[in-house]
Design a binder for this molecule. Structure first.
Ligand code: KIV
Ligand code: ZN
Length: 385
């Protein structure tokens, strides 16, 4: 069966970079942009050019450097923003403008102090204006997650008529449940008459820890582009993590989706972004956390040593990690201890393992994590008994 291609739109350098402490210089952004291109992302959102001269320069320089990937620049639905983005994108070989406006009642009333009619007009104007300069125009309906579906469908239909090539449906505040968000995408598929002229994109935030689940629900219901960041960094609780959505697609073959991502490069870019953006990855983070492929309980260790798939649904090598880790603690069993000792070249006779294990447990209760040095000490002690 032919698989549906899911486009990966990376916004690490825009939504990710706007997080306090994550700011990068142009040079650093170029390093990450090159790695994103190597990784195989389809679109790099390089910045928000009108926000600062530094961001303008970064978009320009990234556009000059990157050869194959589409370079995208963010704007509000304002002429001056679009003019600035068009200038910043001058150097790019393949380019996209990402323009949009808030569409929820709360944004329309309190952020814009406007009306639904005026918001639609501004959206049409912005897309039509951007279209004069750049063919590829993505429209974002900010806070679509909390917007009324009927109004959302109306504005989306109008911006497609105005030339939007991609329509982005962001759950800006991370408010939706997966099933609710999926129904929103389905509603647009079924109620926007020109929807097939465009690609639906999803851009989900993680305020309730549902960004990845919501993005997945979006693509199951018809979206074909997902907006992600490396390690899920982004405003507040962050965005959909690239590594999560890509590995879901790779692991769950029955979904019949595919991406262009070279998954073997996931781990290295994850660590690069962690270091450059000063955003430590939590140890139990899916796919790229230090413990994502570490086994410490005796039952799991025994199972993994018998056959890796007993406790791993992903081969660590698929994401660029050499091998899973067996961590020795007081919860570990004999088979993990024997495995570790043999890796250190000790020949363990069956009849001796119980004595060694007894001493090991005494040590592990005091020391918590037992490393190679501790094991050598343990064996010295055993040999002297
Ligand atoms: O979260 C959001 O709605 C955004 C838009 C600017 C796309 O980041
Ligand atoms: Zn966002």
């Amino acid at each position: 069966m032919k698989k549906n291609k899911i486009f990966i739109f990376d916004t690490t350098l825009r939504d990710g970079e706007q997080v306090p402490g994550c700011q990068l210089s142009t040079k650093e952004k170029i390093i990450i942009a090159k790695e994103l291109e190597d990784l195989g992302v389809d679109i790099i959102e390089a910045g928000f050019p009108i926000s600062s001269p530094g961001d303008f320069k970064s978009v320009y320089e990234i556009g000059k450097t990157i050869k194959k990937t589409i370079i995208c620049a963010l704007t509000r639905a304002k002429k001056e923003d679009i003019d600035c983005a068009v200038d910043a994108l001058k150097s790019a070989k393949k380019k996209r403008i990402h323009t949009g406006i808030g569409v929820s009642d709360i944004h329309i009333k309190y952020k814009f102090k406007s009306t639904k009619e005026k918001i639609i007009e501004q959206a049409i104007q912005a897309v039509s204006y951007a279209k004069k300069f750049i063919e590829d125009v993505e429209f974002y309906a900010e806070d679509a997650g909390r917007a009324d579906n009927q109004f959302l469908a109306k504005i989306i239909e109008k911006v497609i008529d105005a030339g939007a090539t991609v329509v982005n449906i962001p759950d800006t505040t991370g408010y939706c449940l997966p099933d609710e968000f999926g129904r929103k995408i389905k509603y647009l598929k079924e109620n926007v008459k020109n929807i097939n002229k465009t690609i639906i994109s999803v851009h989900c935030h993680n305020d309730l820890g549902l960004a990845t689940a919501n993005s997945l629900s979006g693509i199951i219901n018809g979206a074909r582009q997902v907006e992600t960041t490396i390690n899920g960094i982004g405003e507040r609780a962050g965005n959909t993590a690239m590594e999560e959505i890509v590995m879901i697609i790779k692991t769950k073959k029955n979904l019949s989706f595919e991406t262009n991502i070279n998954t073997k490069k996931i781990y290295s870019i994850s660590r690069l972004v962690e270091k450059m953006m000063h955003m430590p990855i939590q140890k139990n983070k899916a796919i790229v956390g230090e413990n994502a492929f570490a086994h410490s309980s005796g039952i799991h260790q025994d199972g993994v040593l018998k056959k890796r798939e007993n406790y791993e649904i992903i081969n660590p090598q698929d994401v660029g990690i050499d091998q899973s880790k067996i961590i020795l603690t007081a919860r570990s069993g004999r088979s993990a201890l024997k495995h570790k000792l043999e890796k250190l070249n000790y020949k363990i006779k069956k009849e001796n393992i119980n004595i060694i294990y007894k001493e090991f447990i005494k040590m592990a209760d005091i020391k918590k994590n037992i490393d190679d040095k501790d094991l050598r000490q343990l064996m010295l002690k055993i040999n002297s008994i």
